[in-house]
Write a protein of this length. Structure first.
Length: 201
């Protein structure tokens, strides 16, 4: 599995960390305003947030502890200090936690950044991350995924132009992103033996 895009993505976010909140979060305030109360209602107990960078996408009212894991150490350093919060520099594909560790696993706006150098490798990588989230989840726990999805037609176009798009982006050291359709993502979840309780917020 070739992971050049993972290297480019990590380097991109490492360099962007100081400006991330101003450049990205402030430009998408409405998305974050919408998602925060939804996630806050659903997270509970010991909670793992994977790939959230310097942004907490939910309040900690119903949590006992929050562990934020991100592949970019620079992004983790920008997280606000909270009493319940700890930081772990980790890859979503190989989480450094034992089985049955968390009551809730949140994957906020990460999956589209897990694009690899081909569509097939992207599917495998996302499936591996989902498998890891499931592995560290306690029985009757919940994996909560917040991301942006596209229509099946748009995803078909993405797949058709994947190779030239990633070639062009890498020439300027910018990372490839990949957005799933809900239908295809549900198939991926089923392959990972994860049941879908809701596809709406």
């Amino acid at each position: 599995m070739n992971d050049n895009n993972l290297f480019v993505t990590k380097a991109y976010f490492d360099s962007l960390s100081a400006e991330y909140v101003n450049l990205i979060v402030d430009s998408q305030k409405q998305i974050y305003r919408n998602i925060n109360p939804v996630l806050t209602r659903r997270v509970k107990g010991r909670t793992l947030s994977i790939g959230s960078g310097p942004v907490m996408n939910f309040a900690d009212a119903n949590t006992d502890e929050i562990v934020c894991a991100d592949i970019s150490f620079n992004m983790l350093e920008k997280l606000p200090v909270r009493q319940k919060l700890s930081r772990v520099n980790a890859d979503a594909r190989a989480l450094p936690f034992d089985i049955d560790t968390f009551d809730t696993v949140v994957i906020p706006f990460l999956l589209h950044h897990m694009a690899m150098d081909s569509v097939i490798d992207t599917d495998r990588t996302v499936a591996k991350a989902l498998g890891e989230a499931s592995r560290v989840l306690r029985r009757n726990g919940r994996v909560i995924i917040a991301d942006l999805f596209v229509s099946q037609f748009v995803e078909m176009v993405e797949r058709s132009f994947y190779a030239p798009a990633i070639f062009y982006l890498h020439r300027s050291m910018r990372p490839m992103m990949y957005f799933y359709s809900m239908a295809n993502f549900k198939e991926l979840l089923a392959d990972c033996r994860l049941a879908v309780s809701s596809d709406q917020v």
